[in-house]
Design a protein around this ligand. Structure first.
Ligand SMILES: [Zn+2]
Length: 94
């Protein structure tokens, strides 16, 4: 097998693996704590939402603080409101 062909097969194998993991992650439903467990969020139903695993992973990738410190839903809302307001102010200046 030539070097190029070997490389192509390797790339295809990696893509297949990634795709399998993506499909697998969409099958599962996770329970997410709106008030993080790490900050004494309860396991009661009022504190939990059920979301697909791939969305759950994306949520934490997007909103967690460095050191895997989770934000509460209220902190995330406040963050998004600050971001929106900052963008509005920026637009007015132009
Ligand atoms: Zn979570």
């Amino acid at each position: 097998m030539g070097k190029q062909q070997h490389k192509r097969r390797q790339m295809r194998r990696i893509r297949t693996e990634k795709r399998k993991r993506w499909i697998e992650s969409r099958r599962w439903i996770d329970e997410h704590h709106l008030g993080p467990r790490s900050r004494s969020g309860s396991g009661e139903v009022q504190n939990l939402i059920r979301i697909k695993r791939y969305r759950h992973e994306a949520w934490h990738a997007l909103f967690d603080l460095p050191g895997n410190q989770c934000r509460t839903i209220d902190e995330i809302i406040a963050l998004l409101v600050r971001l929106r307001d900052a963008k509005r102010r920026q637009k007015r200046k132009r």
